[in-house]
Write a protein that binds this ligand. Structure first.
Ligand SMILES: [Zn+2]
Length: 269
């Protein structure tokens, strides 16, 4: 009796009894139900696997596409900026009274070149590197490497070397990390020095005076807008010109004289 009941099943749709192959009792019936469930489960699992795989592939390809896009954007941006900076060119700047400027812009990165625009330039700040004997490119490369070392956030628009060479690291339209709360409206110049006194040698001194004066004429400033890092935060920087205020006054006087010379040069261009 049991067996017959199990073997016959009434179709809900047709109301007709359908005869199924004889299977043994309730256990067979529930086993059959379980199999169907399993199949559904299996199918769902496959769908899940497929969707998960699809999602992973989507994420990976999205990541690479985005990275490629960012890289292309950065390259394009760098190309535009270097063209802008060399538009008038080092020769033109020299004719206007600047020392030779080697434009070696840093790769944009949040540790040394965050690409934050400077709205208005109000000051030019003089610093010393606190790293006796290191050259301009050494300092520039230190800033560049911060993009990978993440050691600290520091940089400068210009570095003046021991032979008077000038390396530009950041366009004057962007902020550097050098002068604390004055970063927002200040161009920064790091100066190399031979020894612990922090005094600039003659070549470095002449170059920083020329560079600062030329920047003053370019941005409508005077020697009164030339400051030391010390004037902003009280830091002993540039060391020699904080410890010897008369040397600082002399530098400002030399910058003022050079500004006058530059204006005459520029009028005659
Ligand atoms: Zn400083």
């Amino acid at each position: 009796m049991e067996q017959r009941k199990a073997g016959k099943k009434t179709s809900r749709k047709t109301g007709k009894a359908s005869v199924r192959p004889s299977q043994s009792g309730r256990s067979a019936f529930s086993k059959k139900k379980k199999t169907k469930k399993d199949r559904v489960r299996e199918r769902n699992f496959h769908v899940f696997l497929f969707l998960a795989g699809f999602f992973v592939v989507l994420c990976i390809s999205g990541f690479f596409l985005y990275r490629g896009y960012r890289e292309r954007q950065q390259q394009e941006w760098q190309r535009v900026v270097s063209e802008q900076e060399s538009e008038s060119g080092a020769e033109q700047w020299q004719a206007e009274g600047a020392p030779y400027i080697d434009v070696q812009l840093l790769t944009p990165n949040e540790y040394s070149r965050p690409q934050i625009p400077i709205e208005q330039i109000k000051y030019i700040a003089i610093h010393y590197t606190a790293n006796p004997g290191a050259g301009a490119m050494d300092n520039r490369n230190y800033f560049e490497n911060l993009a990978t070392t993440h050691e600290t956030k520091v940089s400068s628009h210009f570095v003046v070397g021991l032979n008077g060479e000038v390396v530009q690291c950041i366009p004057t339209s962007e902020m550097s990390y050098a002068t604390n709360e004055r970063n927002v409206d200040t161009l920064s110049i790091e100066c190399c020095h031979v020894d612990e006194t922090g005094a600039f040698n003659e070549m470095t001194y002449d170059s920083v005076v020329k560079l600062t004066a030329w920047l003053c004429t370019r941005f409508g400033l005077t020697e009164e807008n030339v400051i030391r890092h010390y004037d902003v935060t009280g830091k002993n920087c540039p060391k020699y010109y904080v410890e010897n205020p008369e040397a600082w006054e002399q530098m400002k006087a030399d910058i003022a004289a050079q500004i006058q010379e530059d204006y005459i040069l520029q009028e005659n261009l």
